[in-house]
Design a protein around this ligand. Structure first.
Ligand code: GLV
Ligand code: GLV
Length: 328
């Protein structure tokens, strides 16, 4: 970026990860909206905003950045924190980081399936608190992932890698999506079903969908009631696709057996949240893409998106306006 002549404002604690020559820097503490706004007020005008998902890129941020803003580059695949229309009407490009994090995110989805299914948090707690007694045949029995029916909601980049992994677990793979993908069906042995059918049949339900108005609270008490009582809900997508209060009720009353969550609504979940009292709810703090390799790749792509925009070149990974998409 410096080589491209851009003046860089380092507003927060950066530290290099990996060797000195690595082009990627990891933003240790991402800026939240208010902090970003304060810095933009001081430093405007800027050419690029390099950001993460905890900063809402709204009208006020864009107005403050000034008229020479060319790009908003986020170190995330998700872009629900960016007001796309506000960017596009100003001619500002939006870059994100799809693809490079799909494998790590799929790994985390499988991890949560196994850990929630086999009750790893409860089992570990029993070891720590001394309630591990004699070996008992029916103690800590959970649900197998192998040979289970797994329902993938949204067969995008991540959903397809989850399917690829689970083929090796001999799972019965079903999926629902707005569009059918027959090539992926053949490759991974997937069966296309409608959403309600998936909810009724799946032992594990895994959303791999973006947060959109139509996916917000897609998982609620009504949908949990359609699932098996033994079902396990694993969410690595976005917290608000699930109603947290309804999930609590479903887990508490036995509508479903367990949940594994990488994402919640809000984030972080306050320590007093009732979900944290449930032994059958495993929550990790939005770390699905948090491997060293993947984070470096995400930063690399986000930096390349930024440089391309500053140089007037096509972005390696642009979030395109719908009209541009249909022209492809
Ligand atoms: C993480 O949640 C991402 O969108 O990259
Ligand atoms: C378990 O450890 C077994 O031997 O069945």
């Amino acid at each position: 970026l410096e080589r491209s002549g851009a003046e860089i404002v380092y507003p927060s604690r950066f530290h290099a990860l990996g060797d000195e020559n690595s082009a990627a820097f990891v933003l240790e503490a991402g800026l939240k909206t208010e902090e970003a706004l304060a810095i933009l007020k001081r430093e405007k005008p800027v050419d690029a905003i390099f950001t993460t998902l905890i900063c809402k890129i709204n009208k006020e941020i864009l107005d403050t950045a000034g008229p020479q803003l060319k790009v908003v580059s986020t170190v995330s695949v998700g872009y629900d924190h960016i007001s796309l229309d506000e960017c596009w009407t100003r001619g500002i490009l939006v870059g994100h980081t799809p693809g490079v994090l799909s494998d790590s995110t799929a790994d985390m989805a499988i991890t949560l399936c196994l850990a929630a299914g086999r009750r790893i948090p409860e089992a570990r707690q029993a070891v720590l608190d001394g309630s591990w007694g004699d070996w008992r045949p029916l103690w800590m029995c959970g649900m197998d992932l192998h040979h289970a029916t797994v329902g993938i909601v949204g067969l995008g980049r991540i959903g397809q890698i989850v399917a690829k992994r689970l083929k090796a677990f001999d799972c019965n793979l079903i999926y629902s999506d707005v569009i059918r993908n027959e090539a992926a069906e053949k490759e991974f042995g997937l069966h296309y079903v409608d959403f309600d059918d998936l909810l009724q049949r799946a032992d594990f339900v895994l959303p791999h969908i973006p947060l959109l108005p139509e996916t917000r609270k897609l998982f609620n008490l009504k949908t949990f009631k359609k699932m098996k009582k033994s079902a396990i809900f694993v969410n690595t997508s976005r917290g608000p696709v699930c109603d947290m209060d309804d999930l609590y009720t479903a887990l508490k009353t036995g509508e479903i057996a367990a949940a594994g969550l990488d994402v919640t609504d809000p984030e972080p979940l306050p320590p007093s949240h009732p979900l944290l009292t449930l032994p059958n709810c495993l929550i990790v703090p939005h770390v699905a893409s948090a491997s060293i390799r993947t984070r470096l790749d995400m930063f690399d792509l986000a930096v390349r998106n930024t440089i391309a925009a500053i140089n007037g070149k096509p972005l390696p990974s642009e979030v395109k306006p719908p009209s541009a998409k249909s022209k492809l």
